[in-house]
Design a protein around this ligand. Sequence first.
Ligand SMILES: [Zn+2]
Length: 430
Amino acid sequence: MHQQSHAAGPDATPSQASATAAHRTCRFCGAPLTTSVVDLGMSPLCESYVSQEQLNHMEPFYPLHIYVCESCYLVQLDEYVSPDHIFTEYAYFSSYADSWVQHAKKYVDLVTDRFGLNRSSFVVELASNDGYLLKHFLPKGVPVLGIEPAANVAKVAVDLGVPTLVKFFGVETAKGLAAEGRRADLIAGNNVLAQVPDVNDFVGGIRVLLKPEGVVTIEFPHLMRLIQENQFDTIYHEHFSYFSYITAEKIFEAHGMRLFDVEEIPTHGGSLRIYGCLRAAKHELTARARELKAREIAAGMMGPEYYRTFTRQVEETKWRLLEFLMEQRREGKRIVGYGAPGKGNTLLNYCGIRTDLVEFTVDRNVYKQGKFLPGTHIPILHPDAIREARPDFVLILPWNFKDEIMQQLAFIREWGGKFVVPIPRVTVFP
Ligand SMILES: [Zn+2]
């Protein structure tokens, strides 16, 4: 997944850098990419937590600048020269998040029922992680295969009884499976499409792997929600593309498929679950798919203006957050963070928030405790640190879980502590 082509070719010299930048092209349709959506400046890779020993080392920062293609309206990160290790150290275990496991189980029940999956079906999940989703098919007797590039994560799935192929997914992997007669009745891909550098190879592979009446479902954060609700902190280096329904449809159509249904689901601040099939398959286009497409067009997502106003919105959100934090600190109030998610790192780095404004943050993930946030070097402590520090405000960084977190930390009210949610705009919850 990290073998992307770099903007600067092998024979580019430093003096050609600006010429190369002017020739950036859309990663889907190849049209020139000239319209900026938002420039979040230089940012470190959001999963590169800093250890105590690394505190005095230099730290790499990369541009975090997204553009929209005026031909297909795919919103995308400008290609930057990435280190080869961007994904290899990524150790996210989906099963750590309770609500995510519940979400997966509900999905499995829904699709099994709707598409009549049984012992003679074949289900494939792309980026199957630790088997958090496919394991729910096992009691139903539905044969499954996970495809997961991270060997350590795949091993956890295999131990659970979920057969897993340790590979990146694309046309080549799909052809290998199809040649063995292993085409899928259902292909699932959750939160993987945005992270794929070569979207054409990925979607092309789906087409190769589908049976004639097979169905693919893909979940991704909805670009319309990102823009409407100022979720600029969900922009980070690992997310190459940001999709509307319309653009996703264009991409699937370019690969001999079509979309026939969509659900709007609450995960990650508002996601879409699209349903696709081969062009000639019998699945009928649903009313809700037509309705969402019409809503995106009515919002202006097929024109450049819609995207050009985002920068102003993002700046306003930053200024308000900084005003709030500075005002409280001037009055001597103590502010700490909750969580160390990737989105927190984009927010804190873009806003320039360091320990003068937010003393420390806490996280339940033991892997992160004792480390420091990339770029800002805000320490990450055990959640008990909040009870000891008795801060006036807790800034909730994973705002998509704010209800869950405010429940867990209800005890801060004992000393008059309040919660602050930064997105879509600074809001204080007493
Ligand atoms: Zn394009």
